[in-house]
Write a protein that binds this ligand. Structure first.
Ligand code: GLN
Ligand code: ZN
Length: 763
């Protein structure tokens, strides 16, 4: 008998119940008991949704973040949140969200001014976790309350529970030593706490515990490999069976290490390739369970069940009872329930599978393996029909797009002249002062803007009314920028609710869900658009708005586009062709838009690549390949323009050291980046590389409501000028202004322009 299990279920709720419960609790509009009740109801429902499983994950539910939960279980919440009023839940949220000294919902005098834990991306997903904090003095004290309560709850409902933990090595690896000490030195202190926890679970009669060590799919330094040996030898006598779970990639060089650790079972992700599996079948000691992640926990496509069975059946024969099957990773990264999608096109919908549907797929696979394919014949046939329809659909396959991608040549990505020549031609017509000023694109998204957009979508406002409302916003935005005396203007992006969705909605090959929410962090969710087919741009997407904006001013108007790599990285993408091919298709569509803008007289064009860095593979050895096609995609999108047209790009992050060569290869005339919080130090990377083109290091941190002083911004620019020749510097905020209020933006930009003017005088 093949056994089925799951590594984790989305916890936000099909209707985002958890989000709304949290936000209302944080605002003081609902009680703590009400919040706890929502948690109980969601867990119950999610266990029901997984009723087909032999073993069900427990402890994967979290009110904010599973890593923060683990920190709490290990008694490792930062010192600074303790000693205030309230209980464990208050402390927990204090780490999750911090409390600002100014707002603090009436807590300024007690627990005001507590900094939130740092947040960072969970491996290569778009989920963000709260980074565990360590110092040399960190000690750990077990607090099993949460886990035991959930275990009891599950059992009361008759759930065959498999508690889920983050493993000790991954826990240390994804954390940060605040004092730069060696966090591995904490392992001997950490392991006994894991030991105690496993003992308690054994005493509870738990048979299997899932212990997540995704760090095993990354390149591990020798001391981290050793930490695995140390950790699992320490835990080997615990009386529960450990299922060591790895996911988000293959083990590769860590195969030997992973298979020989003294645990009862190993879970591997086989959705990205089966090289691990082939070798593991021989490597894995005879007594161990092998759990195969055969259904992607990262994307939303129906699994090709017949295709999986073709290779899985022989494996099942060979492994017998030792084979388990599951999704590749926790389903945290996919939406909850496709059945909710009442407005999606029927064909696209029939190709998809969200968390609940993935549970059904798993059940069909298990049935087929245990009782023969005939026992689930109709399900398998329906699955085959859907998969075939998808591959044959003319909405998926557009020969013209395929031909265009096949015809790509390197020349398409080359500007006519080198930067030095281009910048002269651009300067000749732009006539910008030293330290030119600009902004990153969006201006405040006011309630009126949102209202107009939702009225338009709902049909309460007609097209002409909507156009008039947006044009009025654009005009206002242009007037404000002229009054501020900014040099290169933007139209303000009033018509966009999201920088990816806006383009996806206008491209063929994209579909949208109504409820396809995926947790990004805490109560925040994103609804990634679904890239399902060959991408083509039936008509211009931004030209009319930008042209209108340009008609309102004599100053240069900067066209504003999202780049192909960012669109790709923030979408659910196809699994039937390499990511690079989807990216090239997007690049060609954006290229057409760039050329249309240029034709319409827009001669400064910004192409945002906010998510280029996010797409880096987990293994450094694979970076080169990704960066090659990512950079090539940007170049294809951007570089078809004449020398006189100035290409800007924007990247809102502050780590460029390891990718600076690729950034330079993009060859944008101007790059604006996020530096305001790093005191310009990140420019060292550009300096050391002798980055040749122009740079706008953000001087105004738009993430904070604080209005920076002119002096501070001047100081930052002086620091910048120590690293980059002044004639190549721009002055700008570090990201778009859409989340800010006009009342904050105006004074901040006034000071920013004043700072630039002061610098010009000094120059
Ligand atoms: N142009 C976009 C804006 O200003 C850029 C946003 C981003 O980089 N995340 O909103
Ligand atoms: Zn940005």
């Amino acid at each position: 008998m093949v056994l089925t299990h799951n590594l984790g279920f989305p916890r936000i709720g099909g209707a985002r119940e958890l989000k709304f419960a949290l936000e209302s609790y944080w605002k003081g509009q609902s009680s703590r008991d009400e919040l706890l009740a929502v948690g109980i109801a969601l867990r119950r429902r999610h266990w029901q949704d997984q009723a087909v499983l032999d073993l069900t994950p427990v402890g994967d539910f979290s009110f904010y973040d599973q890593v923060l939960d683990m920190s709490e279980t290990l008694g490792n919440l930062p010192e600074r949140v303790h000693g205030f009023h309230g209980d464990a839940l208050d402390n927990y949220f204090r780490v999750a969200r911090g409390r600002s000294a100014q707002s603090a919902e009436g807590h300024a005098s007690c627990c005001g001014g507590v900094a939130a834990g740092e947040m960072t991306k969970w491996f290569d997903t778009n989920y963000h976790y709260i980074v565990p904090e360590f110092t040399t003095d960190t000690t750990f004290v077990l607090d099993a309350t949460r886990l035991l309560a959930q275990l009891a709850e599950a059992r009361a409902l008759g759930v065959n529970a498999k508690p889920v933990l983050i493993g000790p090595v991954t826990y240390l690896a994804i954390g940060k030593a605040k004092d730069d000490s060696n966090r591995l030195a904490l392992l001997p202190r950490l392991l006994p706490v894991y030991g105690q926890l496993l003992k308690i679970l054994a005493d509870q009669g738990v048979e299997w515990v899932q212990i997540d060590e995704p760090i095993l799919v990354t390149e591990l330094a020798p001391e981290w490999q050793q930490a695995f040996e140390q950790a699992y030898h320490h835990l080997k006598n615990c009386r529960v069976k450990l299922l060591l779970a790895t996911y988000f990639g293959q083990l590769l060089e860590n195969r030997h290490l992973a298979t020989h650790l003294p645990v009862a079972g190993l879970h591997i992700d086989v959705t990205g390739g089966r090289e691990d599996l082939t070798l593991l079948l021989d490597l894995l000691p005879e007594h161990k369970v092998l759990s195969l992640g055969v259904i992607s926990g990262r994307n939303i496509w129906k699994t090709d069940l017949n295709g999986v069975l073709d290779w899985l059946e022989p494996v099942a024969k060979r492994l017998g009872e030792r084979l388990w099957i599951a999704p590749s990773c926790s389903l945290l990264h996919v939406p909850v329930d496709l059945d909710r999608e009442d407005a999606m096109e029927a064909d696209v919908k029939s190709w998809l599978s969200f968390a609940r549907q993935k549970m059904e797929e798993l059940a069909v696979l298990a049935q087929a393996l245990n009782n023969g394919r005939a026992s689930v014949q109709s399900a398998l046939e329906a699955n085959r029909a859907a998969i075939d329809a998808r591959y044959q659909s003319p909405r998926v396959n557009n020969p013209a797009v395929k031909a265009a991608v096949a015809a790509i040549t390197p020349e398409l990505g080359h500007r006519h002249s080198a930067y030095a020549r281009r910048i002269e031609k651009q300067a000749a017509w732009l006539k910008l002062p030293a330290y030119p000023t600009t902004t990153i694109g969006s201006f405040p998204q006011t309630t009126e803007i949102r209202q107009a957009r939702s009225d338009y979508k709902a049909g309460r406002l007609d097209e002409a009314g909507y156009r008039a409302a947006m044009q009025a916003e654009i005009t206002r935005c242009v007037r404000e920028q002229e009054a501020l005396d900014l040099d290169v203007l933007v139209h303000g992006e009033a018509e966009r609710n999201d920088m990816v969705e806006y383009f996806g909605e206008q491209l063929d090959g994209y579909a949208f869900s109504r409820f396809g929410w995926v947790q990004s962090y805490g109560s925040r969710c994103v609804k990634p658009p679904i890239l399902f087919g060959d991408i083509c741009r039936p008509q211009p997407m931004t030209v009319t708005w930008t042209q209108y904006a340009q008609s309102q001013t004599q100053r240069p108007m900067k066209g504003m586009l999202t780049g192909p790599v960012t669109i790709l990285n923030w979408s659910f993408v196809r699994d039937d062709q390499p990511r690079s091919v989807s990216c090239y298709q997007l690049a060609l569509a954006i290229r057409e838009e760039v050329l249309d803008l240029e034709k319409a007289g827009v001669r400064v064009i910004q192409i945002d690549e906010a998510a280029l860095r996010e797409g880096l593979p987990l293994r450094k050895s694979q970076w080169r390949t990704y960066l090659d096609w990512a950079v090539e995609s940007f170049r294809l999108a951007a570089n078809g323009v004449a020398d006189e047209t100035q290409i800007h790009t924007h990247m809102c992050y502050s780590e460029f050291n390891d990718i600076i060569a690729s950034i330079a290869e993009m060859d944008a005339d101007v790059i604006t980046i996020e530096t305001s919080r790093s005191d310009m130090e990140l420019l060292d990377a550009f300096d050391a590389f002798s980055y040749p083109n122009q740079i706008g290091p953000g001087v105004y941190d738009i993430h904070s409501p604080n209005i920076p002083t002119q002096q501070h911004m001047e100081q930052l620019m002086r620091k910048a000028a120590e690293r980059i020749p002044a004639e190549r510097l721009w002055v700008n905020p570090d990201c778009g202004l859409k989340t800010r209020q006009w009342a904050e933006v105006i004074p901040a930009l006034k000071r920013m322009v004043a700072a630039a003017k002061a610098l010009r005088q000094g120059a």
